[in-house]
Design a protein around this ligand. Structure first.
Ligand SMILES: *Cc1c(COP(=O)(O)O)cnc(C)c1O
Length: 222
């Protein structure tokens, strides 16, 4: 068995039913992705527009491509034709641009809103209050071509499990609050994307429904 297949089997054995696995394939070759595909995986995450587009044409057409990295507005039109979910909507301007491009392509794009839960300044995303305000004020008519399917967040890069766990729990609480409140009529609001190679078991314990795992599957990105 290849290392990739072995890693996937190990990870799959720890992920409970109902939690989706996104195989984060950024910086890894089409061949590595094909190995994961042959092991049964269909959902892959990329963080650069150019790389995503190149891989789409080189790999099987039933792959579900997720965009997980910071997305510049001028790259939205590159990814909109191919993505099945954008995890990283981190500004109103970006959401508007996705709506504009999706309308131009006459398609509906599924998105997650990224929440800034970490202590680090450099991580992108909305604060909890910005998100509450956004969800209250944005009208469905203005965003007819985007489907807000939930939230995404990244914990602080730290060894403190206590801190990571507190951040994940905060995000889960915000997700529950929105789902019961301002998003209650949105039947698509079901995804909470949190957890990476180092912290996905903790994220699942804190209520994640979708984990984004890269290096634990494909090895380090060098
Ligand atoms: C790279 C990346 C991941 C995967 O990270 P690993 O530590 O390799 O599992 C997950 N989410 C986002 C947003 C990323 O950029």
């Amino acid at each position: 068995m290849s290392v990739i297949k072995h890693n996937i089997a190990t990870i799959r054995s720890t992920i409970p039913y109902g939690v989706e696995l996104v195989c984060v394939s950024k910086f890894h070759s089409a061949d590595a992705i094909q190995q994961a595909y042959d092991a049964g995986e269909r959902c892959f995450g990329e963080s650069r527009a150019q790389e995503l587009v190149q891989k789409v044409s080189a790999l099987p057409s039933d792959i579900e491509w997720h965009f997980i990295g910071h997305l510049q507005r001028n790259k939205v039109k590159m990814v909109v034709p191919y993505v099945s979910l954008i995890h990283s909507i981190d500004s109103l301007e970006l959401l508007r641009e996705v709506e504009r491009c999706a309308a131009a392509h006459n398609r509906i794009v599924r998105v997650l809103l990224q929440v800034h839960i970490a202590q680090e300044k450099q991580k992108f995303g909305f604060s909890a209050n910005e998100l509450r305000r956004l969800m209250e004020t944005c009208s469905e008519a203005d965003y007819a071509h985007v489907q807000v399917c939930g939230l995404m967040g990244m914990a602080t890069f730290t060894d403190s499990e206590e801190q990571i766990s507190a951040e994940f729990k905060t995000l889960r609480a915000l997700f529950d609050e929105l789902k019961a409140g301002v998003c209650a009529r949105n039947e698509h609001f079901n995804i909470l994307s949190m957890g990476m190679s180092d912290d996905y078991p903790l994220a699942i314990a804190c209520g994640s429904t979708m984990v984004r795992v890269g290096s634990a599957i494909f090895g380090s990105r060098g």
